[in-house]
Ligand binder design. Structure first.
Ligand code: ADP
Length: 491
């Protein structure tokens, strides 16, 4: 046995004590029973009169009713955005546009706690993530792009950057408010107006953002926020008055959108699925790497397109890494997202939980070995135990398809070339992670990995200045940083 495959002492866990519950209060949160569509600076009733429920996935209780927009509502929203674009926003001096975006950023900071609580209630993510990751990043995105509004000519020297017009933006449920910020902030900074649709299971923080935008005094129609299902999204994509589509979501819907806009003048950016490889070499700081792997896959219940869902461990440290991973998932606290101790909250919807459970069965049927934490799950709501699959074949479906849940597959490798080949062998290419002591290995891997983001000795680090986006079926176009500006400009 090699030096690093030494006996790993098993941690003594669950010694009869637990953290006392530390629930975040929701008493400061103001939510209405019913939300209308935010069009032209006003909340207006949906043409069809139809509303749907948004529920709390941690207890399956209804939180509010939300309007369902049809094609007539989409048309109204696009016209409001066009009028605002032609009459106000594109003519406004960029410095003034920037001031509005700064104001939105400041208001988000002031309401940070309320936004974090609503994000956790509506989406199921642990309050500590909503509070410490999502909402601060949202404010940072608005601050960052506010700063660019009057400096676009420096971002693109010797060019005359021009806005595109009306942007249709469709976002998913994994980072509801953060995805709204990623889309709205650069679009406004570049002088575009917006029609945004949040996901049907997580509309509330976008609707609270609409209230905040109304309060900020942003000229009416510059941002329109409409709610609904896939048909509402499709109506945005197909509307002739839209100049640009920005979509984050599944690869299947991304393909539909790509076909729908083919042959039109609409510009498109797509941020789609992922199946990231997290690669751990035998010279890596193992404890730090294990913590990074845990964060990479179990963060936000694995509801992250860039989740490090495929772990590749160099053979000589395999036993040690697996033992440490098993010990660590045993200590993860799964349960009430509103409890400040919770590490893994609720799965976003019953449909998503069914999908994850389908993959757990596929993994077992394919002959992989499944290991789950021994924790108890709450009786109500949608929850899944953190899961590790070992003995996974490269060709197996659990190693090739996006599961979008707290499920890690583990494979081994011997050489750099072998792991690069295995890691690149999926239809996706959004992100990857490398854990090693050697800078030369990091550079070798980052140049050969077909992934938009490669993290070295860390994972899931986000910053508004850093571009994010994929290769292959993970989509195209970049969000964040300077690259994120060019997605909303004619240069
Ligand atoms: P996920 O699998 O992450 O839920 P989806 O791609 O189904 O991702 O959903 C992401 C967003 O796309 C949601 O806002 C959803 O309502 C919207 N959507 C679903 N189907 C379509 C479609 N055909 N055209 C446009 N938007 C759609």
């Amino acid at each position: 046995m090699s030096k690093s495959n030494k006996e790993v002492p098993k941690l003594k866990l669950n010694q009869g004590w637990n953290y006392a519950p530390a629930p975040e209060s929701a008493s400061h949160v103001k939510l209405k029973d019913k939300y209308d569509l935010f069009i032209g600076g006003q909340f207006v009733k949906p043409t069809s009169g139809k509303y749907f429920d948004t529920i709390n996935p941690a207890n399956e209780e209804k939180i509010a009713k939300v309007a369902e927009a049809n094609t007539a509502d989409v048309d109204k929203a696009v016209k409001a955005a066009r009028t605002a674009y032609d009459k106000v926003w594109k003519k406004m001096p960029p410095k003034e546009r920037g001031k509005y975006i700064y104001r939105i950023a400041r208001l988000i900071q002031e309401r940070a706690r309320e936004f974090a609580v609503i994000e956790s209630m509506d989406g199921g993510k642990p309050i500590k993530e909503a509070r410490d990751v999502d909402v601060p990043l949202v404010a940072n995105h608005f601050f960052y792009y506010a700063g660019w509004a009057d400096k676009l000519q420096y971002a693109f020297p010797n060019r005359i950057p021009q806005p595109l017009g009306v942007a249709g933006q469709i976002i998913p449920w994994n980072f509801p408010l953060l995805m709204a910020a990623w889309k709205i902030a650069p679009a406004l900074a570049c002088g575009n107006t917006v029609v945004l649709k949040p996901a049907e299971t997580t509309p509330l923080t976008a609707l609270k953002l609409a209230e905040l935008i109304q309060e900020s005094g942003l000229p009416e129609g510059v941002v329109n926020i409409i709610t609904g299902f896939g048909e509402t999204g499709a109506a945005i994509v197909n509307h002739p008055g839209i100049d640009k589509i920005a979509f984050t979501g599944s690869t299947d819907v991304g393909k539909i959108i790509q076909k729908a806009v083919a042959g039109t003048n609409k510009k498109v950016t797509l941020e789609l699925g992922g199946k990231a490889a997290n690669i751990i070499f035998d010279d890596a700081p193992i404890d730090q790497a294990v913590e990074g792997i845990i964060n990479g896959i179990y963060f936000n219940q694995g509801h992250v397109c860039c989740a490090g869902s495929r772990l590749f461990v160099q053979e000589s440290v395999y036993e040690e890494v697996i033992q440490k991973l098993k010990d660590r998932i045993e200590t993860l606290i799964v349960g009430d997202p509103m409890d400040k101790n919770t590490d893994i909250g609720a799965i976003n919807s019953r449909q998503q939980l069914d999908n994850i459970n389908k993959y757990l069965k596929i993994g077992a049927d394919e002959g992989a070995e499944m290991y789950q934490s021994s924790c108890n799950l709450p009786g109500k709501g949608f929850f899944c135990k953190p899961t590790i699959f070992t003995n996974v074949a490269q060709s197996s479906r659990i190693a090739q398809e996006e599961i979008f849940g707290p499920v890690l597959t583990v494979q081994t490798f011997r050489t750099d070339d072998e792991v690069i080949e295995k890691a690149n062998n999926t239809p996706f290419g959004l992100s990857a992670g490398v854990w090693t002591d050697k800078g030369s290995k990091i550079f070798n891997l980052t140049t050969k990995m077909r992934a938009g983001v490669v993290w070295a000795n860390t994972y899931n680090k986000f910053d508004p200045t850093a571009p994010f986006g994929g290769y292959k079926e993970s989509g195209f176009g970049r969000e964040g940083g300077l690259h994120g500006l060019s997605a909303y400009l004619k240069v």
